[in-house]
Design a protein around this ligand. Structure first.
Ligand SMILES: [Zn+2]
Length: 384
């Protein structure tokens, strides 16, 4: 599964953690481009400081942050929406004062009884979620905390409303899946792997296979470990949580999409045996892949906003590639690309085959709803 075994990943963590860059050198270029005429910030750390100033203005930050997250949680009413494709994550982001990960993460873990189940320290959990939130770059039009919270909510829909999964997924699985979804794009630089390869970026020299996803997984490992959130759990439970997180984050590499689909199709053809550990992890990998690219399974207004955000991020990459005289990556040329056509292509060639394959395997109402949204959104894109 994926390109690394969990053992390889653990070795990677040990040998490479110290080398991992937090402030990725291309950030200044991207910041400049995104902020347009607005005064620019010269480095990411000052940007992070500015964006979290409100949370940091107390002399007792841990308690302050815990209390602040509780207040935001009450303000953001997730109860009736959390299990539905028609939840608007952009509204949740606004209501939570741009802290969707803190609110969605806390709500999902609390409402599934995981705090009691695993004896989690709520201060540790608040700090962990806050750090995850802080490690997404809000300057990214797409790969930001709102996307991560959206993937966690989508993952929750699949894990709780699809009986095949809910009957086979343990509390440990659910916990690890939500953590993986929240962390799956940590510190995303807002450019793709092709760009990083073409610029000989340190992430690419650190990890040969799935460099970005390995980077996100390493960041997830670091934040989870340093938070101390699960350090009191038995070693084998901790190991299982880290293993699931690693596998799921690596599975979000779209360059490996075909490989995952081929493996999953083989498993589906012979009957998905969730008692087999490898099959179960592969199934959860397919679930996070669905969650990660599920923007088209939402009501039109949400689907359209996401499409504009991702294409906007691609176009900024294309602009930088042009400036740097690099080949412009597919979908990144703002002068040639047509958003409606590219969305229809993505629905036809990636999303529908993925969700239909998933439906063949698990057959449930909630996937049927997702497919209906995909078809209806495709119709609308076709009229534009
Ligand atoms: Zn993602």
């Amino acid at each position: 599964m994926g390109t690394c075994t969990s053992h390889d990943v653990e070795i990677d963590f040990r040998t490479n953690l110290k080398k991992l860059p937090l402030d990725i050198p291309i950030s200044e270029k991207i910041l400049n481009r995104r902020r347009g005429g607005v005064p620019m910030l010269s480095d990411l750390s000052s940007f992070i400081k500015e964006s979290t100033e409100d949370f940091e203005k107390t002399s007792q930050p841990k308690e302050y942050i815990e209390q602040k997250i509780q207040e935001l949680e009450h303000k953001v009413d997730l109860v009736s929406k959390i299990d539905c494709w028609d939840m608007n994550i952009f509204e949740i982001s606004d209501l939570s004062e741009d802290h969707p990960i803190c609110c969605v993460g806390m709500y999902l873990l609390k409402s599934h009884g995981l705090i009691e189940e695993f004896g989690l320290n709520t201060t540790c959990l608040s700090m962990f979620l806050y750090e995850v939130q802080r490690n997404y770059w809000s300057i990214n039009l797409y790969h930001n905390a709102t996307h991560a919270a959206d993937v966690a909510q989508s993952m929750n829909i699949l894990l709780t409303r699809c009986p095949f999964l809910s009957e086979n997924v343990t509390k440990v699985d659910y916990f690890a899946c939500i953590l993986a979804a929240l962390c799956h794009d940590l510190n995303h630089p807002g450019v793709n792997q092709k760009f990083l390869r073409n610029t000989d970026h340190i992430i690419v020299s650190t990890y040969q296979a799935s460099p970005l996803e390995n980077f996100h997984a390493a960041r997830a490992h670091t934040l989870l470990k340093s938070s101390g959130l699960i350090k009191h759990l038995d070693d084998d439970v901790q190991k299982e949580i880290y293993t699931i997180i690693n596998h799921l984050i690596l599975a979000t590499d779209m360059e490996q999409h075909r490989t995952y689909m081929e493996k999953f199709n083989v498993c589906v053809a012979t009957g998905l045996n969730m008692k087999d550990k490898k099959t179960k992890i592969l199934t959860l990998c397919i679930a996070i892949k669905c969650a990660d690219i599920s923007n088209g399974c939402r009501p039109w207004i949400v689907c359209k906003s996401w499409a504009e955000n991702i294409m906007g991020e691609f176009f900024i990459q294309g602009d930088i590639e042009k400036e740097m005289e690099l080949p412009i990556s597919p979908l990144c040329n703002r002068e040639q690309e047509k958003i409606p056509q590219s969305q229809v292509g993505f629905i036809n060639y990636v999303l529908l085959p993925l969700f239909e394959c998933w439906q063949n395997a698990v057959n449930c109402e909630v996937i049927g709803e997702a497919i209906a949204y995909l078809k209806s959104n495709r119709e609308t894109w076709n009229t534009l």
